[in-house]
Design a protein around this ligand. Structure first.
Ligand SMILES: O=c1[nH]c(=O)c2[nH]c(=O)[nH]c2[nH]1
Length: 284
């Protein structure tokens, strides 16, 4: 008779959407979040026999997210996530570890009073793990779309019998930045985000790979608390259209913006010679 063992497991309320309005005479403040909680601990009995005596229900977790927004405010998403994670672990003996992931959808004021507009597709992220190892925070941004119209070359690459890509000394460079930065909890995400923007803008690029390293390095330079930056950069190709069939030249003016396939350039930038604390990664 085969026997089976329960492997790594976790549970929690995913994607609690919460919008908080702080009303003030000088204009309202809007915070728009998507909060996911996952808990681990002494919880096998629920899986093995249906004994739920250690289970803090996912419904309670959702309620806690809402209540904390009112009781403690949100401050920034790192603080909000850490407060929740510490509460779940500190409040129940059966819960030993918590992972709280927060996505923030930025809104910009329209009239400085009570009207806002969503700020493109950009999303700010924070993931906090809390457990016997303490609190580990990873902040980030996704969907930050950037483009520069020049100061980008690409040449000197391998040519084999399948290569058709022409070398270029002047091309459009565009990407949608997906970045995370691991830190001790004190990193200023606005500074990190600005570092990504500045490095993309002022790096004369010979490859998106080189721009990636410059962007990660700039975050480490400006944010002393950050130990590691991970970047995933789709190369949003812009191909010059051949207008010769119409008797027209095309001096870097008219492009075809391809949405797929796209190059995907990914890499990690770390501080040299600094011992980096082990990353907490749950198996799923
Ligand atoms: O910056 C680039 N890196 C590549 O690896 C690559 N490959 C490619 O076709 N175009 C580009 N551009």
């Amino acid at each position: 008779m085969p026997t089976f063992a329960l492997g790594p497991n976790q549970y929690g309320k995913a994607e609690t959407r919460i919008v908080r309005v702080v009303r003030g005479p000088g204009g309202d403040e809007l915070t728009d979040l998507n909060v996911s909680v996952a808990l681990r601990g002494d919880l096998a009995a629920s899986h093995l026999t249906g004994d739920n005596s250690g289970v803090l229900t996912t419904d309670t977790q959702k309620n806690t997210v809402y209540a904390f927004a009112r009781e403690h405010g949100i401050a920034d998403i790192e603080t909000f996530a850490a407060r929740l994670a510490e509460h779940f672990v500190g409040g129940q003996p059966s819960i030993h570890e918590a992972r709280v992931t927060v996505e923030q959808y930025p809104w910009l004021p329209v009239d400085g009073a009570h009207t806002f507009r969503r700020d493109g597709g950009e999303v700010r992220t924070a993931t906090v793990h809390h457990g016997p190892y303490g609190t580990r925070t990873v902040s980030g941004v996704t969907g930050l779309v950037l483009l520069k119209t020049t100061d980008s070359e690409f040449h000197g690459y391998v040519k084999d019998r399948y290569t058709t890509l022409p070398e270029t000394r002047d091309r459009i460079l565009a990407t949608s930045v997906n970045a995370t930065w691991r830190h001790g909890g004190a990193a200023d995400s606005a500074t990190a985000r600005q570092a990504l923007l500045d490095a993309f803008a002022d790096t004369y690029s010979l490859a998106l790979q080189q721009t990636l390293f410059a962007m990660g390095s700039r975050v480490l330079e400006r944010c002393p608390d950050v130990v590691e930056v991970k970047l995933s950069l789709p190369n949003k190709h812009h191909f010059l259209v051949d207008l010769a069939p119409f008797g027209l030249d095309n001096p870097n003016e008219v492009y075809y913006a391809a949405d797929r396939p796209y190059g995907l350039i990914e890499g990690t930038v770390r501080r040299d010679g600094v011992a980096i604390p082990e990353e907490v990664v749950w198996s799923f």
